[in-house]
Design a protein around this ligand. Structure first.
Ligand code: BG6
Length: 482
């Protein structure tokens, strides 16, 4: 196993899934604060998780209880971050990916001055990381925007949001540029079509021209915003790098029947088209043709395409959890993945949530991405969501998680040996946090256990799982001992 000597090992979090403190120090309501945990909903039912109604959102916004809105309390990282960083330091983390909550700095998005308490919190957080020798990596938009902007203008469908977002970016670069080298614009920018509300604040009833039209319009604004944020970062923070972030949904043909291969190709090209825009600075011609055929018309302003072309990203990052297959047969058995339905692969095992574990798919994805983009790669999310059992003596034997990571690291090392240039790796949720899709606590990814159940009961006490000691060793030996 050979990883580069400066390989950045670490973990990744998102503000809305860990911070909590939703109504503290002047923070505004975000789209995540109205995402409910639904105990009786089948966790594999994707529709139940992504459906939103205007009335439901308005009701939820008035609700003050946090029991069924777990992202409001998270794991209270806002008040526990020192203790959590101590544990990350103990594991030897070189880097920690976090996101900055837009609503902590600009509660409704409209303010012209940033909220001083919010600004101060991230100063404390980044200084605390630096003091522990942990490099901060920052996502500017991780499934989170002011709720006010969703109600007013249907989120990113409205062009005005670009300027408000850039005001937020400017504050982030000015305040935190001194600590942060690696930045990222939009988490999983491809996800707008899969969960439009959390990705882009889009509400079906406000999307009078249809959801597809709304999503592509919002995406266009996100592409322009990404390019302008990259320009701003380069001007304000010399040496800083802006990455793009894709949900890598690697798909294989279910059979070698040519129609299955064609359907798979379509799916993969669609998945890659988002990073194509951000890396090559152009909409792929076939995607534009597809939109034309579907009668989707993106409203663009003069200069948009030039801006997208000129300010492309510096490195490529992606999340990778699972793979899937595609088939044209209506009878092919389907299984959920990362907010997506694919056809079951008979060669792979699934997690309890149906996500198909595929370490070789990581090697495949790394090769594919590096070959296509020829830019250094950062795997910024990867991991296994599982239920953990706490033994009577408090220990947690998560051998299944160790096995998942071990096999993925082996494949990552092989990809590096194949010639892929990698900057680093951050596992998803190195400490248990609230799940993005299910709004639940029991789907755990961490090396560190947090004592809290789905309804927010628990002491919030942190404890080390077996995987904690294992990952510590991996980092210590730079991946030599897996
Ligand atoms: C990624 C998201 O797609 O998947 C994270 O960027 C999310 O926010 C992660 O938590 C795992 O998904 P889930 O639904 O199991 O939390």
């Amino acid at each position: 196993m050979k990883f580069p000597s400066n390989f950045l090992w670490g973990g990744a979090l998102a503000a809305n899934q860990c911070e909590g403190a939703w109504d503290v120090d002047g923070r505004g309501l975000s789209v995540q604060d109205v995402q409910a945990f639904k105990p009786n909903v089948d966790q594999k039912n994707l529709k139940a998780h992504t459906s939103v109604t205007l009335e439901g959102l308005k009701q939820a916004a008035l609700e003050t209880d946090t029991t069924y809105y777990p992202k409001r309390h998270g794991i209270d990282f806002y008040h526990h971050y020192e203790e959590d960083l101590d544990l990350f330091q103990e594991m030897g983390f070189k880097i920690l990916r976090v996101s900055i909550a837009w609503t902590r700095l600009y509660p409704t998005g409209h303010e012209t001055e940033a909220n001083a308490n919010g600004v101060e919190f991230y100063h404390r957080l980044f200084s605390a990381m630096k003091a522990r020798g942990i490099e901060p990596m920052v996502t500017l938009h991780h499934y989170e925007m002011p709720l006010a902007l969703a109600f007013e203008g249907n989120g990113w469908v409205s062009r005005n949001v670009i300027d408000m977002f850039l005001r937020f970016c400017e504050t982030c670069f000015r305040e935190y540029g001194q600590y942060v080298k690696y930045w990222m614009g939009f988490n999983e920018i491809d996800s707008c079509g899969r969960h439009p509300f959390t990705s882009a604040g889009i509400i079906p009833e406000l999307s009078t021209e249809g959801m597809d039209q709304a999503c592509y319009q919002a995406l266009h604004h996100q592409f322009v915003a990404s390019a302008l944020a990259t320009k701003m970062l380069h001007e304000m923070v010399p040496g800083a790098m802006m990455g793009c972030m894709l949900t890598k949904l690697t798909c294989y043909p279910y059979t070698c029947e040519p129609m299955d291969a064609l359907a798979t190709q379509k799916r993969n090209l669609e998945n890659l088209s988002y990073t194509d825009v951000l890396v090559f600075g152009e909409y792929p011609k076939m995607i534009l043709r597809d939109l034309e055929k579907r009668n989707i018309k993106i409203a663009m302003e003069p200069g948009d395409l030039e801006v997208i072309k000129q300010y492309t990203c510096d490195y490529v990052s992606f999340s990778y959890y699972m793979s899937m297959t595609e088939s044209v047969s209506p009878d092919a058995p389907r299984t959920p993945g990362n907010t997506v339905l694919g056809v079951k692969n008979p060669y792979l095992k699934s997690s309890e949530w149906g996500w198909q574990t595929d370490p070789v798919g990581l090697r495949y994805s790394l090769i594919e991405m590096y070959d296509r983009y020829k830019k250094p790669i950062f795997v910024v999310e990867n991991g296994l969501g599982a239920r953990d059992k706490v033994e009577e003596d408090g220990s947690i034997h998560d051998e299944y998680r160790i096995e998942y990571f071990r096999r993925h690291f082996e494949e990552m090392a092989k990809a590096i040996d194949d010639g892929v240039e990698m900057l680093g790796y951050t596992s998803w949720g190195p400490i248990d946090i609230i799940s993005a899709s299910g709004n639940q606590m029991s789907k755990r990814y961490g090396f560190i256990y947090v004592d809290q159940d789905d309804l927010g009961n628990g002491t919030l006490q942190r404890s080390r799982k077996d995987s904690f000691y294992w990952y510590k060793k991996v980092i210590e030996t730079n991946g030599e001992e897996l």
